[in-house]
Structures are given as structure tokens and as C-alpha cells.
Design a protein around this ligand. Structure first.
Ligand code: ZN
Length: 303
């Protein structure tokens, strides 16, 4: 059965609020796509399986999943491919890879949602030919993925860039932060829900010139300056709904350069920061295309 596939790959952008499944080989060749809300694991993963089965003989040679988490990425672990400690009801301990592998009988590539998006951008978007490369998303949460030597950076678990601590001047910003684990970590201070809580209005309704945006830029720039110093990325892409904020990119670039204070002397930072901190090259499609890239890598690694 696996030998009859049409050379296509299956991608699953598995988000905490919605799933997007696609079938194809890349951004210019997406044959089919479907999206549905994230409900229970059985129903949601079942709908993904039904989508790929419906392709029949043109079904995917492999599947890639860019998954919300935290997830277990250690191939030697008994819970590899599982979602681990998510607060999302019903999903903690879900064996995502096992479910898909047993239902579809194809290799399954698996990574975090942001590592997937980083891989998609590295393969086809704003990160092409740039290694190391970092992708950050700023929306319901804040997360980041790094591509190092061509592959998403893993490690002890996987990077949790949204949960770094940033300087928090409580005189300037008395909001205590909304992270259930850390309070005023970066995500607790600068995610979309944190902005809405602090200002009493959804982030997307805050107008240009509202102080929310300078404050937001100052928090995000702390992470970006830290990433420049730790991973030395050749470019940083910022995606996610909050990044549509008016003038936000310009403020983040300016503040990041201020924080680095001329110490990192690359012209990418000192002269060309407009081309260094940029939006996704794939628009809103980084995640699902990254899932396709994970599927391709799964075939290669399976021989
Ligand atoms: Zn946190």
C-alpha cells in the first residue's frame, strides 16, 4: 500500500485551537487542505486520519506533525511523540505519533509547532540559506524554534523561548503577568492574552500610538537581543497575530539595536536590521508547510 503513493506528503499543523491538514510537496504544490477545531484527541486526530485516507492511492508517503505542546521529542523515550504537560483538557499524555502511525501505516515526523514553522521558513521562506535561523511566534502564546545545522534544535526537551525572564519594571508596568507557571515571564507579559488583560481590550483593537505597542516592543526586544547573543542567528522571523500591531516591527528593531548597544558589530544588526528582523516569508502558512518538510525528513530518515 505504501508503495502506491503518488509522491505526496501530508502535513498537520496541530494547534491548540485548530488543526490544519494539507497534502502536497511544497508551497507551490498543495493539492488539498482542510481545517477543523481542536476538540478531543480521538475526534481531532480521527478527522486528520480521515482526510489523508480520503486521498486513497494519492495518499501521503509520510506525515509530518508540527504540534502544540509541550511534547516529547526524545526518540529513546517511552513517551516519544506524546503531548506531555499541556493544560488543554484531555490532551496531556496523548500519543500523537502512535495514533497516526497505527492508523495510516506511514513514517511520521514530529516536532513542536514553532520548530515546524521554523523549518518551513528555512526550507521555503525567509530563512532560506540562513543557518542558524530563528522563528518566533507572538500570539496566544509566545514560542520560538531554532534551525541549527539544517535541523530544528532539540536538547534536554526543546527550547521554550517564550518563557524566558525579561526585565519587568513594575512602576512602569504594574501588570503582574499571566503565565500560570511563572507570572511575568515573557509570555506572561507580552502574549496576546496578556496584552488584552493589561489594557482591557483585545490587542488587535489597540490603535497606532497606543503605549501598548512600545511596551510590547520593549519586552520582545529583550528576547531578541538575548537570542542574538546566545544563538547568533543569521536572521530572526517574527510571526503570529500580535505582530500585525501597527509599527511594531520598527519599534522592535530599534529597541533590539539599542539593547545590543553596538556590541554585536555585524552589519546585519548595525546597518541592515530591517532585513534582519522580518515577517514570515510564507505568511500564515509557515506551520503547515513546515509540517510537510517534517514529513519529507521522516521519509529520508526512514530510508
Ligand atoms: Zn512562563
Amino acid at each position: 500500500m505504501a508503495a502506491e503513493h503518488a509522491g505526496l506528503y501530508g502535513g498537520i499543523e496541530a494547534g491548540g485551537t485548530k488543526f490544519v491538514c494539507c497534502l502536497g510537496t511544497g508551497p507551490d504544490d498543495l493539492r488539498a487542505e482542510v481545517r477543523f477545531p481542536t476538540t478531543t484527541p480521538e475526534e481531532t486526530l480521527g478527522r486528520a486520519v480521515a482526510f489523508f485516507r480520503a486521498a486513497g492511492a494519492a495518499g501521503p508517503a509520510s506525515i509530518g506533525v508540527a504540534c502544540f505542546g509541550p511534547v516529547d521529542l526524545d526518540p529513546a523515550s517511552a513517551t516519544y511523540g506524546h503531548i506531555t504537560t499541556t493544560p488543554k483538557p484531555g490532551w496531556a499524555g496523548t500519543d500523537v505519533v502512535g495514533f497516526l502511525r497505527s492508523a495510516l501505516d506511514v513514517p511520521v515526523g514530529f516536532d513542536t509547532d514553532v520548530n515546524g514553522a521554523a523549518l518551513g521558513e528555512a526550507r521555503w521562506g525567509a530563512g532560506r540559506g540562513l543557518d542558524p535561523f530563528v522563528y518566533l511566534t507572538v500570539g496566544t502564546g509566545i514560542g520560538g524554534g531554532a534551525i541549527v545545522n539544517g535541523a530544528p534544535l532539540h536538547g534536554l526537551v526543546h527550547p521554550e523561548m517564550g518563557h524566558v525572564r525579561v526585565r519587568h519594571d513594575r512602576g512602569l508596568d504594574p501588570f503582574p503577568g499571566g503565565c500560570p507557571f511563572h507570572g511575568d515571564c515573557l509570555e506572561g507579559l507580552a502574549s496576546g492574552p496578556a496584552m488584552a488583560q493589561r489594557w482591557g481590550a483585545p490587542a488587535q483593537t489597540l490603535p497606532a500610538g497606543h503605549p501598548a505597542w512600545e511596551l510590547e516592543a520593549s519586552y520582545l526586544a529583550e528576547l531578541l537581543a538575548g537570542l542574538v547573543c546566545t544563538l547568533s542567528p543569521r536572521r530572526i522571523v517574527l510571526g503570529g497575530g500580535v505582530m500585525a500591531g501597527p509599527g511594531l516591527f520598527g519599534m522592535i528593531r530599534r529597541r533590539t539595536r539599542e539593547l545590543l548597544a553596538g556590541y554585536v558589530s555585524s552589519p546585519a544588526v548595525t546597518d541592515r536590521i530591517d532585513d534582519y528582523i522580518v515577517p514570515p516569508g510564507l505568511g500564515g502558512r509557515s506551520g503547515r508547510l513546515g509540517a510537510l518538510a517534517l514529513a519529507q525528513a521522516a521519509v529520508t530518515s526512514a530510508g
